[in-house]
Design a protein around this ligand. Sequence first.
Ligand SMILES: [Zn+2]
Length: 107
Amino acid sequence: MAATKLKIRKKDNVMVMSGRDKGKTGEILKVIPADMRVVVAKVNMIAKHRKPRGSEPGGIQHMEAPIAASKVMLMCPKCEKPARIRLERLPDGKLSRACRRCGEVIL
Ligand SMILES: [Zn+2]
């Protein structure tokens, strides 16, 4: 079964469109295509309680939990707004992403 191609890639700057962190922007840290989920820096932070183990001290560790890829939109660097993306196939066969609003190609 082929998963729908995600338009989001690692290191993209995205905006969260719904949920607790709506309106926040951040960098994509990780893409999980199998789950159609992404991890965005400083978005959907969860506290993980850890018990001390061996030489490691216990305490609360904050980390990002994955959110649904459908909840984020790629930011267009030109519009400085979340952009609807059009996929274009380049002559060399590679896919490029372009902002539907201004046509800016987002690599
Ligand atoms: Zn744009």
